[in-house]
Design a protein around this ligand. Structure first.
Ligand SMILES: [Zn+2]
Length: 319
C-alpha cells in the first residue's frame, strides 16, 4: 500500500505504533527462532492456498491448529466457527442467529465457549442472547462500543491481545462502518476477521464514520502480512466485482477474480477467504492511487488518497 499526500501522514502516525507492538509481541512470545516460526506459517498458508482454497464449503480449514468453518446465516451473512484444537476452545464470530450455529456445533460435537462480535449490527449479534443462554458462552467485543454489544462480557481495546485457547488474538479498532467496529487478527494462523470493514473487492458503508476514518482502518489491515487470510461478514463479492470493473476495467487481476467469483457463485460456493495480497491487486477501495480508477471517477492526479477513496465509496453508494 502506498501512502501519499496530506492525509497519508496520519496513516503513518497510526501505523507505526502498531507495527512496533507487533514486533514486540513476536519477540516476547518467540524470543528465539521467532522469524522461522513465522516463515513456517507462511509456507503452510501457501500450501493451503494452492490446494483447498476454493473448497471451503466441504473442507474445514486448519491453520496452525486453528480450525475455521464458515457458517452461512440469513441471506448473505457469514459467521465463522473457530476451534483451537490444542485447548479444545470453540468460538463463533458474528452469529447473525443462533440456529445455524447450533446446527454447526452439533454436527461437530462441540460446545461453545466464546462469541466474538466485530460490531453491534443485529446481523452480526442476533444470535448472542440465545447462544449465551444455551452454552453459557462469553461475549467478546469492542470496548469502544460495549454498550451496544448485546451481553458483552469481555470488552477489548485497540491493540490489545487476548488468548483464544492457545491462539493469540489481536484486536484492531477499525471504525468507519460503525464507530466501534473492530477486526480480530489471529497472529499465528494469519487469519483476519474483518466484519463489515473489509470485504472481498469492497468495503463497508460509512454509516457512522468518515472516509478518512475508514481509509485509516483499511490501511491498518493492509499493513498486516500479505498472506493474511481475510474472512469478512458478507458474501457481497459478485456485486462488488461488477462495480469494481466500472472503475478499473483494464485491471487484469480484477478481470480474473471477477471470472472466478462468477464460477464460484454459479455453484453456490463462497468466495471467502481471500488474502490481503489479492485484495491489494483488485479491491478498488485499497487502490485510490490507481490512475485508471482516478480517471474513471474524475479524481485529480494531485488529490489525496483519502479524497480518491471517498470518491470510490460515493460512487459505490450510488451504484
Ligand atoms: Zn454492519
Amino acid at each position: 500500500m502506498r501512502f501519499r499526500a496530506a492525509g497519508g501522514l496520519k496513516v503513518w502516525v497510526m501505523l507505526t505504533p502498531f507495527t512496533e507492538l507487533r514486533t514486540a509481541w513476536e519477540s516476547s512470545v518467540w524470543p528465539r527462532g521467532g522469524t522461522s516460526r513465522v516463515l513456517l506459517g507462511a509456507r503452510t498458508n501457501s500450501q493451503f492456498w494452492g490446494g483447498i482454497k476454493r473448497q471451503f464449503n466441504s473442507a474445514t480449514i486448519t491453520q496452525a491448529a486453528l480450525q475455521i468453518d464458515l457458517v452461512k446465516c440469513l441471506v448473505d451473512n457469514y459467521a465463522y466457527l473457530l476451534h483451537d484444537t490444542a485447548s479444545g476452545t470453540t468460538g463463533i464470530v458474528d452469529p447473525s442467529a443462533a440456529g445455524p450455529v447450533v446446527k454447526a456445533l452439533k454436527e461437530k460435537g462441540l460446545s461453545l465457549d466464546y462469541i466474538l462480535n466485530t460490531h453491534h449490527h443485529w446481523d452480526h449479534t442476533g444470535g448472542n442472547a440465545d447462544l449465551k443462554k444455551q452454552y453459557n458462552a462469553k461475549v467478546v467485543g469492542p470496548r469502544a462500543d460495549q454498550e451496544r454489544i448485546p451481553g458483552i462480557d469481555i470488552a477489548l481495546r485497540d491493540g490489545e491481545t487476548w488468548m483464544f485457547g492457545e491462539q493469540l488474538m489481536r484486536v484492531l479498532d477499525t471504525p468507519g462502518h460503525t464507530r466501534g467496529h473492530v477486526s480480530f487478527y489471529f497472529e499465528r494462523s494469519k487469519s483476519l476477521f474483518t466484519g463489515d470493514t473489509l470485504f472481498s473487492i469492497g468495503c463497508g458503508r460509512l454509516f457512522e464514520g468518515s472516509p478518512e476514518q475508514m481509509w485509516i482502518s483499511l490501511s491498518k489491515l493492509t499493513a498486516l502480512p500479505d498472506d493474511t487470510l481475510v474472512y469478512c461478514g458478507h458474501e457481497y463479492t459478485m456485486s462488488n466485482a461488477k462495480f469494481a470493473l466500472t472503475v478499473e476495467p483494464q485491471n487484469i487481476a480484477l478481470q480474473s477474480r471477477a471470472q472466478q467469483v462468477k464460477e464460484l457463485r454459479d455453484k453456490d460456493q463462497p468466495t471467502i477467504p481471500t488474502t490481503l495480497r489479492e485484495e491489494k491487486e483488485f479491491n478498488p477501495f485499497l487502490r485510490p492511487f490507481s490512475a485508471e480508477l482516478r480517471k474513471s471517477l474524475n479524481v485529480a492526479a494531485a488529490a489525496s488518497d483519502i479524497d480518491a477513496f471517498a470518491a470510490v465509496r460515493a460512487a459505490k453508494d450510488r451504484a
